[in-house]
Design a protein around this ligand. Structure first.
Ligand code: DLL
Length: 458
């Protein structure tokens, strides 16, 4: 382990406390910060406004959809005289990207688009995103910044187990790690037994992977008789799906590493919009010199004040091939003041998307609430699914959680009633809990599917 990972930063905020026995990771030394990270707040705000005005102009001039939407809303790019004026401009949604499929949101001629990515989405056409050479450069820079903030340093080996391909995770992490001066192991997702062998043989310090696939890898280590705490891994950069503080504890304890959160979405850039700093582990600093955040009330569409929870909305500030104005992420969070990087606001960990909210008999529920409960229950493994069924006109929710291999029948029964009771007390919903045998629930190789909706199956 390098010194940088073990030295405690002198002035590091300490919420929440690190897992027992583990020292906090350290902030990058000043010489490793890039020019954007060195901006003071005044300089940052001035630069944001300059870039925002340019972006609005670029989008209006080169993307017919934006020209139409701005015209319909009666706004022109020059109406933006302050950052607050952004709220006068229309939102962009996934439906806009679908409408212009595949390349209608591109603002540069195709011969300047160096790469495309796409996200499959839950229904219909995928959404396609494009990058110019300069965009790819900026993307690598922001992901490199994320890796440094996570405690990564030049010379570290980074095992990338995000999927490579149209998904932005693999290639986004890959070029960022190279930019950070690291050695990349481009493992991609899947072939779990081989991933474990590669980690054992190549001895990476860092792993970048979805938290749910990390759990799959952890089980595989144990299946092969390897204590995961003895591996070379010291930093895990986890994202692409919601995860909780409980999951952080579980992973940090089983692996003896620093688990930090990385956030992003294809429409805005991919991974690298925001990153949790290892020295504070207190939410994700948004790289505001490139992505301007707002939080809106998902029902009224009004911008809420910093500190209030709502839907995150991002505007790209220096993207060429596909600028996005006020992109509605569906991700629920709130904006908080900067800490480890004082000029950049933080976003609270995203524990749910508007789309993931399940409404059962009038009660709203996010899978992350169940994750907190399942992971806090003795005798059950951190693997669970939510099954929704309909009996007559009533919806029923069954929590299916996996027993730990050593759990006795009594322990399993106690765990089932403990989960049912905790959901009743914490969420206000009556659910059934089934504790199923070890290794029976579907495992993740990328983003996990938590909800199995069987309500329309008659
Ligand atoms: O998931 C980009 C990414 C790759 C981020 C690798 C981090 C690491 P999409 O496939 O477009 O892009 O999915 C974006 O994933 O709107 C969130 O709902 C969710 N998401 C991403 N990061 C987090 C996170 C990538 N840290 C969607 N916490 C987003 C919770 C996340 N949800």
């Amino acid at each position: 382990m390098s010194d940088d990972l073990t030295t405690t930063a002198p002035d590091a905020p300490t919420t929440p406390p690190p897992a027992a026995g583990r020292r906090l990771g350290s902030a990058p030394p000043a010489r490793l910060l890039d020019s954007g990270e060195r901006l003071g707040l005044g300089e940052l705000r001035a630069e944001q406004l300059r870039r925002l005005r340019e972006t609005l102009h670029h989008a209006y001039t080169n993307i017919p959809l934006y020209r139409r939407k701005f015209d319909e809303a009666g706004v022109r790019p020059e109406d933006c005289r302050s950052l607050a004026d952004l709220s006068r401009f229309p939102f962009t949604t996934k439906a806009d990207l679908r409408e212009t499929y595949p390349f209608g949101m591109f603002a540069v001629p195709m011969d300047r688009v160096r790469r495309v990515h796409a996200s499959s989405g839950t229904s219909g056409r995928p959404t396609v995103v494009g990058y110019s050479e300069r965009d790819l450069d900026m993307w690598a820079d922001v992901v490199a910044r994320c890796i440094r903030a996570a405690g990564g340093r030049p010379g570290h080996k980074v095992h990338v187990a995000y999927g490579y391909g149209l998904f932005t995770g693999g290639l986004g992490a890959h070029y960022g790690a190279e930019r950070a001066g690291c050695t990349v192991i481009p493992a991609s997702g899947g072939m779990t037994a081989r991933q474990v062998q590669i980690i054992q043989d190549f001895r990476p310090e860092i792993i970048m992977v979805t938290p749910s696939y990390m759990l799959t890898l952890l089980d595989e280590f144990e299946r092969q008789g390897i204590d995961p705490r003895t591996t070379s891994l010291r930093i895990g950069i986890f994202g692409a799906e919601p995860w909780t503080e409980r999951m952080r504890q579980e992973i940090e304890e089983r692996l003896d590493l620093h688990a930090v959160d990385i956030y992003g979405l294809s429409e805005v850039i991919g991974p690298g919009v925001a990153q949790e700093c290892v020295e504070s582990k207190d939410g994700l600093h948004i790289w505001e010199d490139h992505f301007y955040p707002e939080v809106v009330d998902p029902l009224s569409d009004e911008v809420v004040t910093d500190g209030a929870t709502g839907e995150a909305v991002f505007t790209s500030l220096d993207k060429e091939a596909m600028p996005v104005i006020r992109y509605r992420t569906r991700d629920l969070t709130r904006l908080l003041p900067g800490t480890a990087r004082p000029a950049f606001r933080r976003m609270e960990r995203v524990t749910g998307r508007c789309d993931d909210m399940i409404i059962v008999r009038g009660v709203n529920l996010f899978p992350s609430q169940i994750e907190e409960i399942v992971l806090g229950t003795p005798g059950v493994a951190p693997h669970f699914q939510l099954h929704l069924t309909r009996e007559g006109r009533l919806d029923r929710l069954t929590v299916r959680a996996e027993a730990r291999p050593d759990a006795t029948p009594e322990r399993r029964a106690a765990a089932a009633s403990a989960i049912t009771q905790a959901v009743k007390d914490g969420v206000g919903l009556t659910v059934d809990t089934e504790i199923v045998d070890p290794e029976t629930l579907e495992r993740s190789v990328g983003k996990i599917r938590r909800i199995v909706d069987e309500r329309d199956r008659g």
